[in-house]
Design a protein around this ligand. Structure first.
Ligand code: NAD
Ligand code: SER
Length: 310
């Protein structure tokens, strides 16, 4: 096989959707999904792979003639704070392995998902610029911002075509989130369609940047398909969808379920969210490779509820 695509961490919230989208675009035989554990319901080629294992990663690259890697494997923000050093180890070791194994084994292009978690106290909360000081306050954010620097380094030193997006919180009906601070914005819709009250772990006015899954996947594929000369930022691009607070999501749900109830019980995740942007400026992505989000809060709510009801 040649020109195959490898996805690490493909059993997660984004991977389960991305792997199917890539299959539809490039063919089932071109997409190699991988994760720590098998994925029984996945219809496609799958390899069990711990992305921190250098030898196993190189073996898979050689076995399938991998030319592109979508490196999704990571421990997300809230889970990462339970064991910060372990989260750093997984997030950094896996990405460095992907970079090095790619350089040594002929992989041509890599996608690296960064996050709004790279921003900290020094960044403006509103319309946070792409190019600003990064002083993240979670182990996850530290690993993502260090990863951005390594992406830039491998591009400049080895001419490895690494491309990256700073995803906001991703909201989708297809999969369950994996331990992040933005997870409430998926869970709330599940409670709404079950007609249950929702206990929210953030404050009612904690505004965060979010993006609908369809937009996030389209942005990823558009970035990866853009002509090389259009990719001017080799650390990572800010990506925006829609920004809103729990109170605003609840209000949009109440337009469909008027009796929907939300109870606010902020926990440790509120502290993480408070340091992240309220909204981000993605003009560089729009100008460089033509990014344009399609889903606002109203459209997200209508789609989430319609799909989850089924
Ligand atoms: P997720 O937690 O749902 O999935 C991550 C997957 O990585 C899991 O299936 C897990 O088993 C796997 N994994 C963990 N350690 C691994 C290892 N050592 N080797 C191989 N696989 C391993 O995460 P997601 O939401 O799908 O996120 C995908 C990527 O996008 C991550 O890098 C994440 O940081 C980034 N991101 C996600 C969001 C979001 O809102 N979901 C926002 C910003 C950035
Ligand atoms: N949604 C992710 C998280 O909350 C942001 O990277 O961790």
């Amino acid at each position: 096989m040649s020109n195959a695509i490898l996805i690490t961490g493909s059993n997660g919230q984004l991977g389960t959707v991305l792997r199917t989208s890539l299959q539809q675009k490039y063919g089932k035989d071109k997409v190699i999904a991988s994760d720590l554990r098998p994925s029984p319901n996945y219809d496609g080629i799958f390899e069990t792979l711990d992305a921190t294992n250098e030898e196993d990663l190189a073996t898979i690259i050689k076995k399938y003639g991998i030319k592109e890697i979508y490196h999704l494997a990571a421990i997300l923000s809230a889970n990462g704070e339970k064991n910060p050093l372990a989260s750093w180890n997984v997030n950094m070791m896996a990405f460095l392995n992907v970079l090095e194994a790619s350089r040594l084994n002929g992989v041509e292009k890599i996608f690296y998902p960064s996050s709004i978690a790279v921003f900290g106290e020094s960044a403006a909360l509103e319309n946070t610029p792409n190019d600003t000081f990064l002083d993240p306050l979670t182990a996850y954010g530290i690993s993502k911002s260090a990863g951005e620097m390594w992406a830039n380094y491998y591009f400049h030193k080895y001419d490895l075509d690494v491309r990256s997006l700073r995803y906001p919180g991703v909201i989708g009906y297809q999969s369950i989130p994996g331990g992040g601070t933005t997870d409430y914005a998926v869970e709330i819709y599940h409670s709404a369609v079950k007609e249950e009250a929702f206990n929210c772990f953030l404050k009612e006015d904690e505004t965060l940047p979010m993006i609908f899954m369809e937009d996030a996947i389209r942005a990823t594929i558009e970035l990866m398909e853009a002509p090389r000369e259009k990719i001017k930022i080799r650390t990572s691009y800010n990506l925006a969808g829609a920004s809103f607070s729990p109170k605003e999501v609840a209000a949009s749900i109440k337009e469909i379920y008027p009796r929907f109830e939300i109870i606010y019980a902020p926990d440790h995740r509120q502290e993480i969210a408070a340091k992240w942007p309220n909204s981000i400026d993605d003009s560089a992505a729009r100008n460089d490779w033509g990014w344009q989000a399609e889903y606002d809060l109203k459209k997200m709510t209508a789609t989430m509820i319609e799909k989850l009801r089924r």
